[in-house]
Design a protein around this ligand. Structure first.
Ligand code: SF4
Length: 290
């Protein structure tokens, strides 16, 4: 069980690792980059090839407090190479630790739907699907059919407009911009960034037209009663441009384990203290975080 900088969760749990790229959102997969950079080490002996970490399977039983857990941050539970028996063992642990809430996220919604029809998902299993582009909105139609108490969408890295999306049956949407040093490549940044690097100002600035993509999603969430969380604008690292949209942060979450702690609150406070606006124009332009 690991601490994490991912601000919409509290801990990550990786009883396995490894995956294969499937859509455009995967192009700069952080998990692949990390795992392959450590290939051959005790942490990632097989790089990003499938690695079952059975010794981690029972970690949630040892957590003292009810916790919000991002399950499989270094893989995709519904990758077809994951043995079905092991997938079931992971869901067994989720079922047997109802004090925790588990955020499961996949880019393979068809496999998630198939699994959910074969086995009723436990109430603390949040069924999440990444939708990184307006071209992939059909994933929402699949997610809507999954029988889960919480169905959610991660629109990160957000690569194109959703237009005016139908969010019926969805409980939570997270938005976020691409991040990583690859964004210093102007062509890549042009294709994928919600931000651009202003070399004269030496800082990342938001692209107004792409800010509108996030604003449209937020407005759809508000209109349709869906919780909304804006994680980051992105840049060379996730918080490089802060996370303020229209003068404030957006931190809604469907529910918390035990309903008694604020999500990763210490981290959020630390983050916001660092991201000081230097230009109050819509609160949208920020110094890079030191
Ligand atoms: S599905 Fe997720 S974990 Fe798998 S390659 Fe794509 S971004 Fe990486």
């Amino acid at each position: 069980m690991n601490e994490t900088g991912i601000i919409w969760t509290e801990k990550t749990w990786n009883p396995m690792s490894g995956c294969e790229k499937i859509t455009e959102g995967c192009k700069f997969c952080y998990a692949l980059t990390l795992a392959e950079s450590k290939r051959g080490t005790p942490a990632f002996p097989n790089g990003f090839d499938l690695t079952i970490r059975e010794h981690k399977l029972r970690e949630p039983f040892r957590l003292q407090d009810p916790t919000l857990i991002f399950a499989n941050s270094m893989s995709d539970l519904f990758w077809d190479k994951v043995p079905d028996t092991y997938r079931h063992r992971i869901v067994d642990v989720i079922e047997q630790t109802p004090q925790h809430e588990y955020q499961v996220l996949t880019k393979r919604p068809e496999a998630l739907l198939k699994f959910s029809r074969e086995r009723k998902l436990p109430p603390n299993f949040w069924a999440g699907v990444t939708v990184e582009s307006g071209r992939l909105l059909e994933r929402l139609d699949i997610l809507r059919q999954v029988d889960a108490e919480v169905r959610y969408v991660s629109a990160e890295p957000l690569l194109s407009s959703f237009g005016d999306p139908d969010l019926s049956g969805i409980h939570w949407v997270i938005t976020g911009g691409e991040s990583g040093s690859h964004l210093y490549d102007a062509a890549v940044c042009e294709r994928r960034g919600l931000v651009m690097y202003d070399r004269s100002l030496k800082k990342w600035v938001l692209r107004d037209d792409r800010v509108q993509w996030v604003r449209d999603i937020r407005d759809a969430c508000i209109a349709q009663g869906v919780k909304f969380f804006h994680k980051q604008w992105g840049g060379n690292y996730p918080e490089a441009s802060g996370r303020i949209l229209d003068g404030r942060t957006w931190n809604e979450i469907p529910r918390l384990p035990g309903q008694r702690r604020e999500i990763n609150n210490g981290y959020l406070r630390q983050l916001e203290a660092k991201a000081k606006p230097t230009n109050t124009r819509d609160g949208l332009l920020f110094d890079s975080v030191q």
